[in-house]
Design a protein around this ligand. Structure first.
Ligand code: MF3
Ligand code: CO
Ligand code: CO
Length: 284
């Protein structure tokens, strides 16, 4: 008989929970490795990182205004983090030079804070921060509208938020992670928007980016089963026009992602732990 090499190898005597996963794997499902299923202690650590991360974004929400630079946003985030004994995960990650991503209008994500980027009335900006606290990671982003913007940009921000909510509803315990994008994509398309395919959500918690990849578009192929105890982000990037994106040639660091048609883009992100009842948000 052929030997089956299982990916899921419980430590010690398998529990009912382990047996359920091993059975799914034998039936051909893609299952997480044990390290992707967090222990209660790890989940508490990630939850504490999430509290600091929410404090960072709440502080930005109070202080953001027209006329400020994105460099000042970086300082606000860095200081809040330091005051709470935490570290900004972005700083130095793959050569990223700052502590937070600030992505204005046509910048899809990974915008680098700069002294020359002054926020102006009508801008829409995504502020994406990841906290490391006691070795645990929590990752979230929000959109901010500077003053009043146009109805079409306002609608993009609102529908993108709804895309995150549609994704949350689709994320059920023991579902296929690709069910998330299968729900988000048609919702975005109903509104005439493009769904970014080149960047995805991800497992998170003990590292910045872990498996699984969380697609926001409709993958045909099956993805990993979302088992209770897994921690991951959902972070749809939704474009007013084309779904295609590029790295901005003007960015010497090679990080900033912009839309192919230079139309605006929006994104909302939370970190979740999957429970037996569905995803619980750890970044509120
Ligand atoms: N926070 C982003 C995410 O949601 C990743 C930023 S990586 C950085 O996954 F290096 F640009 F900071
Ligand atoms: Co993320
Ligand atoms: Co993020």
């Amino acid at each position: 008989m052929a030997k089956h090499r299982l990916h899921y190898i419980p430590k010690g005597k398998p529990t009912e929970f382990d047996l359920r996963i091993m059975d799914l794997e034998r039936k051909g499902a893609i299952v997480p490795s044990c390290d992707l299923i967090k222990t209660p202690e790890q989940i508490e650590g990630i939850r504490r990182a999430g509290v600091v991360n929410t404090g960072v974004l709440d502080t930005v929400a109070r202080e953001i205004h027209a006329g400020m630079t994105t460099l000042e946003i970086d300082r606000i985030c860095r200081e809040y983090c330091a005051d709470h004994g935490a570290i900004p995960a972005c700083l130095g990650y793959g050569g990223f030079p700052m502590s937070v991503c600030t992505s204005i209008n046509e910048v899809v994500c990974h915008g680098i804070p700069k002294k020359k980027d002054v926020l102006k009335e009508g801008d829409i900006i995504n502020v994406d921060f990841t906290t490391i606290l006691d070795g645990y990671f929590a990752d979230a982003s929000r959109m901010f509208i500077i003053g009043e913007t146009t109805p079409d940009k306002e609608r993009l921000v609102k529908v993108t938020r709804e895309c995150l909510e549609v994704g949350i509803k689709a994320a059920r315990p023991w579902c296929d992670v690709n069910d998330i994008g299968r729900a988000i994509e048609p919702y975005a398309h109903q509104h005439g928007y493009g769904v970014v395919r080149d960047l995805t959500g991800h497992g998170v918690g003990c590292k910045f980016h872990e498996d699984p990849e969380v697609c926001h578009f409709a993958q045909r192929k099956k993805g990993m089963i979302l088992v209770p105890g897994m921690v991951f982000t959902i972070e749809p990037m939704i474009n007013m026009g084309t779904w295609k994106v590029f790295i901005d040639a003007d960015d010497p660091f090679g990080w900033e992602v912009i839309t192919g048609d230079l139309k605006p883009s929006a994104q909302w992100e939370h970190t979740f732990v999957m429970t037996e009842d569905g995803p619980e948000i750890l970044t509120y």
